[in-house]
Ligand binder design. Structure first.
Ligand code: ADP
Ligand code: MG
Length: 346
């Protein structure tokens, strides 16, 4: 078994390349050289993979349906993602010139802004299996065992074109919940990052985090596309509103500005629940409530709830954990409110 990182990665890259070009005999021989034992692969662009027992607990395959157009993103972010996807799609051309496509992505942003959805988008747009890492199955009681599992995982994903998703990857290790938590996280993350370097470029690695402050610069540098996925700004919420109105297929008299004013500071997850509520109301009314009325009523309810929450906060200054958390969240939201969502590269 060839086990020096770059040599192994190069061999695996060649194998995939050969298979993509239908040089199946050559691919099998290369594969054999790389592993000595591995069974020949099937269609390299298969959207599904059979998860073997060796990685069953730590990897789960998820059906990726969401497309890039389904998400509302700042134009800059859409452009960066499109470029990345187009680049990967030209892997054969790039390799024929001795180049590799970028394949390591870091998504940074608060909860509910679309990081998981974006990981799915990479898989569905590239028509690759979407493999999500399960930390409860990856992290063992002994660090040595965790490292072995991680090794099996990277070995497995290296064999095929796929998208592997490490969600909240800075929290790796938290499953153990012991006092050594931070040390464990750091060790597993650094072990993961080391192994990441030997994963060939046909395997797209997407990592997401809400806590970029936990990652040091050396970690950041390993990612070839670092994308900040911010809370939606006014433009993105307006775009959401226009999609909603279009879906209703009726001329809508609710002001876009009111909608945006009420929802600014919320994440997409909240905005989605808000609009799902509206849709449910319309359906359940069996035609007696128009989209206009439903949106208007939902906005009034939201404003009402906001002012009540505000009052509750003022009344309970001593509830330090909750009030300080929500106060800082509010402060953050106010700050974000002024920033138009930029989807900056970091
Ligand atoms: N940019 C977006 N455009 C459209 N819907 C979004 C977007 N971001 C999130 N959502 C919706 O919000 C929900 C939660 O998003 P998710 O991708 O899980 O966020 P995160 O991983 O950042 O917490 C998803 O069901 C998705 O439909
Ligand atoms: Mg997520």
């Amino acid at each position: 078994m060839i086990d020096t990182g770059p040599a192994r990665a190069a061999l695996q890259a060649l194998t995939t390349e050969a298979r993509a070009q239908q040089h199946l005999g050559l691919a099998d021989r290369l594969d054999k050289a790389a592993s000595g034992t591995r069974a020949p692969q099937g269609n390299t662009r298969a959207r599904s993979a059979t998860i073997p027992a060796s990685v069953e607990g730590s990897l789960v395959q998820v059906n990726a349906r969401r497309k890039l157009k389904d998400l509302v993103l700042p134009p800059h972010a859409t452009m960066e993602i499109r470029e990345f996807i187009d680049e990967y799609a030209e892997i054969t051309l790039l390799r024929s010139h001795g180049l590799e496509p970028r394949h390591k992505v870091l998504l940074v942003g608060p909860p509910g802004t679309g990081k998981t959805s974006l990981a799915e988008v990479f898989a569905s747009e590239l028509e690759l299996p979407f493999l999500v890492v399960r930390y409860d199955g990856l992290i063992a009681s002994y660090l040595g065992e965790t490292a072995t599992r991680l090794r099996k995982l990277t070995d497995y994903v290296s064999q095929r074109p796929c998208v592997v998703f490490f969600d909240e990857f800075d929290t790796v290790g938290k499953e153990r919940g012991d006092a050594q938590e931070t040390g464990e996280i750091k060790r597993v993350v650094s072990s993961l990052l080391l192994q990441m370097d030997s994963i060939p470029s046909h395997c797209v690695i997407v990592c997401a985090t809400n806590h970029p402050e936990l990652l040091d610069r050396a970690v950041w540098r390993r990612f070839e596309l670092r994308l900040e996925v911010p809370l939606p700004g006014r433009d993105e919420i307006a775009q959401w509103f226009r999609r909603l109105v279009k879906d209703f297929g009726s001329k809508c008299n609710v002001s876009e500005k009111n909608f945006v004013d009420s929802l600014i500071g919320k994440n997409f997850s909240d905005i989605e629940s808000f609009t799902l509520d509206i849709r449910r109301k319309i359906v359940l009314s069996r035609g007696s409530v128009s989209p206009d009325q439903a949106i208007q009523a939902a906005l009034v309810k939201l404003e009402h709830r906001k002012s009540h929450l505000g009052e509750a906060e003022n009344r309970q200054p001593s509830d330090s954990s909750n009030s300080s958390h929500s106060a800082s969240t509010k402060k953050n939201q106010r700050r974000k409110k002024d920033d138009s969502a930029s989807g900056t590269l970091i």
